[in-house]
Design a protein around this ligand. Structure first.
Ligand code: GAR
Length: 213
């Protein structure tokens, strides 16, 4: 049984998708937020998951916050930490401590559109395909080895919100898939590439276009 800690900052819909997916041989042992008012905390409690808040407001600098968060996470001795809408940049000591078991979901097809406001920027840039990425976290923001991506079309009529909603649907699908592969010990990091061992007859591609929109 692999133990998972999820970090959130807000709504928590990706966390909820992961809770609902009920990944075999995995147990979500805690949900930690850096915001006391994160809506996702209530959802986690309703699933009977232990929650905690570690707020940057309580610490005088970034490093102290990172240390407190790392300590809280370590208390649960997780095999995997999932950043599911965690909107705080983590320092390099924090990342080094958990490297290889720190996963993030990002709302763009990395390496395009790292950082914030990805949907607005995708529309502005005129790209025809946008999407989402689950990747391992490394010290450089949104640049770690990619585990799985999903693409959606960008429509002429899209507002950032409409595009975000189309992407979010795919996020809710690929995050549980990435976690399942991790729990099955199928992910091997090789430089910037993540190889997915095939331990079954069925092959699941790690780059998936939705069948319809
Ligand atoms: C998601 O779209 C996630 O990809 C994004 O925040 C949203 C959180 O939604 N994460 C980032 O932008 C991280 N850089 P949720 O709280 O409903 O899962």
């Amino acid at each position: 049984m692999k133990k998972i800690v999820i970090l959130i900052s807000g709504r928590g819909s990706n966390m909820q998708a992961l809770l609902k997916a009920n990944v075999a041989n995995a147990r979500i042992v805690a949900v930690i937020s850096n915001k006391a008012d994160a809506a996702g905390l209530k959802i986690a409690e309703n699933f009977g998951i232990e929650t905690a808040v570690v707020s940057q407001k309580d610490f005088k600098n970034r490093n102290d916050f990172d240390c407190a968060l790392a300590k809280k996470i370590a208390h649960f001795s997780p095999d995997l930490i999932v950043l599911a809408g965690f909107m705080r940049i983590l320092g390099k000591d924090f990342v080094a401590r958990f490297e290889g078991r720190l996963m993030n979901i990002h709302p763009s097809l990395l390496p395009s559109f790292t950082g914030l406001n990805t949907h607005e920027r995708a529309i502005e840039a005129g790209v025809k395909i946008h999407g989402c990425t689950v990747h391992f976290v490394t010290p450089e923001l949104d640049c770690g080895p990619i585990i799985i991506q999903a693409a959606v079309p960008v429509l002429d009529s899209d507002s950032p919100d409409a595009l975000a909603a189309r992407v979010l649907k795919e996020e809710h699908r690929i995050l549980p898939q990435a976690v399942t592969w991790f729990v099955e010990n199928r992910l091997k990091i090789n430089g910037l590439r993540v190889e997915i061992a095939d331990n079954s007859a069925e092959k699941t591609p790690s780059s998936v276009f939705p069948r319809s929109t």
